[in-house]
Every structure is written in structure tokens, then in C-alpha cells.
Design a protein around this ligand. Structure first.
Ligand code: FE2
Length: 349
């Protein structure tokens, strides 16, 4: 048997194979990679570029990750500073403007603190959004005993299948998918495992006019994967391809390559035509101009708007450990939970 076959499948194994020329089995490759990374230390380099701002007497530094999206918020303690409603109002507006906001140095937060932070913005969701969509596969997903709504995302030498290294927004196969997700890093590889975010407003704006016109008339069928099954049925939902963001009024492109299972228009599409249109719609997904990339460290947090971005983990860090804890948030406004298209592409007045 070819020894290379013992490496993990997918991008994790491909990156490992590219890093190690001498592949005498999985264990040897893992040891070689750990050896290559053994002398890495965590640190930082100056200068950073940021916008200084004072909110409620707290000096905050806003570090843009990319022009289109993503801001790292420095200077807040999410255990204590969230008591101030003005801070929450500030963070919510920043989140809407920048699609994803990140924080550093929050390793002291307990799981209860993470839940409290999430509840400042919406109702705590179950692992995959609303509670009627909890998957029923035994022992999936892994959760800590005392906080069943927290999803543990564990990757190490033995567990490589849980890294979501394809573009998606969370649980779009749900009728009312989660508004946002908050991911807290407990353990990070010294290098690799970054999460990438793609601006779905930017994807929409970049479509040619004729494709926008077609997209406004389309709906997409989203289907869960086998581990999302409920009562032995895969969950499905139909959503508009052009989605109105219920808070900003702007239009986003609301299709992703792993859950969309077909398009429906004013006329019926065959599978091939449906795939071709989806391919055109998603042509710019992941392009550098509409994405940002976040490197994790223990205590880092990312909070993203599932209505405005897709995300994708980077499957390049095997055999290192990566331990993440995720919660989802649902809009407090029930009538904003179901995706819709208003027919207008402008900003909310
Ligand atoms: Fe995800």
C-alpha cells in the first residue's frame, strides 16, 4: 500500500504531503511537521494600522483586516465591558458595517461568558440555529456537558474531518438560519488553521447586471449533510438567491457551494443548467478583494454575520491541535429570521 494513502484526505493531507518530501507513513510525516514548527513562538510586530476611538471612556483601537470587511477590536474585555449598553450598540453597528468583528486576548472568558456575550446581540441558538433543527445523529455534534448549545470543533492528529474548509454560511438548510456565529479559540496551531471570510454584499455588487437580473428571480434549495439528519431525513429549505439584509437593507448573494442543491426560477432548470448558473453566481467567491483572513491565537474571537458573509476554515495545519467553541445567535426580531428579498437593492433609509 502506498504510504501516502495514510495521510488525511482533502486539503489537510495535501498540505502535509507538500511539506514533507520523505513520506514513510503518517506518523513520520506528523513528527516531521511538528519538528518543522517546534521553534515557532507567538509574538507581534509593530507598527499596526488602526483607528483610535473612545467609547464610554474606553480607549479602543479598530484594526481593519481588509478594505471590504473585517475589523479587529482591541481594548475591550468581553467579560466586563459588555455590561455597558452603549458598548453593545457600538459593537452591533460595527458588526453590521464590517460583516465580521474580531477580538484578541479573551482567553479568560468562561463558556458562560461566551453565552452572555452572544445574548447581548440575539437569542442563543442551538448548534445549528433554531431548536427545531437540532440534528439527531447520536453523539453529534460534540458539546460540553454543562453548555449543550456550544459546539466543540476539535481537530488534531486523529480528528481531521471536522474542519469546515469549504465556503459556506452556517446552517442555510434551516428555514430560519442563524443570524450570526461567535467562534472562540481555545487552542490554535502555531501556524495555519486561519478562518477566511467572504463579503456577500461584495459578491452581489460584482455580478454583471444581466446576472443580477436573473438572480432576483431565483430561489435556491439548500440541503443539509448526512450528519444534520433529523428523523432520518435531510433538512431542506428554499431561500431567495438575492437576499435583503434585514438590518441594512442591502442585497447579498445568498448561495453557497456546499448546501445549495439546485436553483429554481420562473422556468424549470435541469441539473446541468442549474449548476452552470450557480457556478457563474459564485465565480468571485473567495477572491482576495472580497475576502479577509484571520489568524487565530488562544483567546481570539470572531463574530460574523451569516447574512452578509460566508466563511471557510483553512485545512492546512494537520497534525497540530485546534480547539474552537462556537455558538450561534438568532435575531431577537422573529420576523427577520426567514431570508427574503424585498425587490430593492438600496440601503435602508
Ligand atoms: Fe461554519
Amino acid at each position: 500500500m502506498n504510504k501516502q494513502e495514510h495521510l488525511p484526505r482533502g486539503p489537510m493531507g495535501a498540505v502535509a504531503a507538500s511539506r514533507v518530501a520523505d513520506r514513510r507513513g503518517r506518523k513520520t510525516v506528523a513528527e516531521s511537521i511538528l519538528d518543522q514548527d517546534a521553534n515557532l513562538v507567538r509574538g507581534s510586530f509593530e507598527p499596526a494600522v488602526y483607528q483610535p476611538i473612545t467609547v464610554c471612556g474606553i480607549d479602543i483601537k479598530l484594526e481593519p483586516v481588509a478594505p471590504a470587511l473585517g475589523t479587529i477590536v482591541h481594548g475591550l474585555d468581553l467579560q466586563t465591558d459588555i455590561e455597558n449598553p452603549e458598548i453593545i450598540t457600538f459593537l452591533r453597528q460595527l458588526w453590521l458595517d464590517r460583516r465580521v468583528i474580531m477580538f484578541r486576548d479573551q482567553a479568560h472568558l468562561t463558556r458562560l461568558d461566551q453565552v452572555r456575550f452572544a445574548e447581548c446581540f440575539g437569542e442563543l441558538g442551538s448548534h445549528h440555529g433554531e431548536r427545531d433543527h437540532v440534528p439527531l445523529v447520536p453523539d453529534w455534534p460534540p458539546t460540553p456537558e454543562e453548555h449543550e448549545d456550544i459546539l466543540l470543533i476539535i481537530s488534531d492528529e486523529k480528528n481531521v474531518q471536522t474542519v469546515a474548509s469549504q465556503w459556506h454560511s452556517d446552517a442555510t438548510w434551516s428555514t430560519r438560519p442563524p443570524m450570526g456565529s461567535i467562534l472562540l479559540c481555545r487552542e490554535a496551531p502555531p501556524v495555519g488553521g486561519d478562518t477566511n471570510f467572504c463579503d456577500c454584499h461584495g459578491l452581489w455588487e460584482g455580478l454583471p447586471d444581466e446576472l443580477k437580473e436573473l438572480a432576483r428571480t431565483l430561489k435556491a434549495k439548500h440541503r443539509g449533510h448526512p450528519h444534520h439528519a433529523m428523523d432520518h431525513t435531510l433538512p431542506e429549505a428554499v431561500h431567495p438567491v438575492a437576499r435583503t439584509h434585514p438590518e441594512t437593507g442591502r442585497t447579498t448573494l445568498f448561495v453557497n457551494p456546499i448546501f445549495v442543491n439546485g436553483l429554481m426560477g420562473e422556468r424549470k432548470f435541469g441539473d446541468t443548467e442549474s449548476r452552470q448558473i450557480l457556478g457563474k453566481l459564485l465565480e468571485r467567491l473567495g477572491r482576495p478583494e472580497v475576502t479577509c483572513r484571520f489568524r487565530w491565537a488562544p483567546g481570539s474571537i470572531a463574530m460574523w454575520d451569516n447574512r452578509a458573509v460566508q466563511h471557510c476554515a483553512t485545512g492546512d495545519f494537520w497534525p497540530h491541535q485546534r480547539l474552537m467553541e462556537r455558538v450561534t445567535i438568532l435575531d431577537y426580531e422573529q420576523d427577520r429570521r426567514t431570508p427574503y428579498y424585498s425587490g430593492q437593492d438600496g440601503l435602508t433609509a
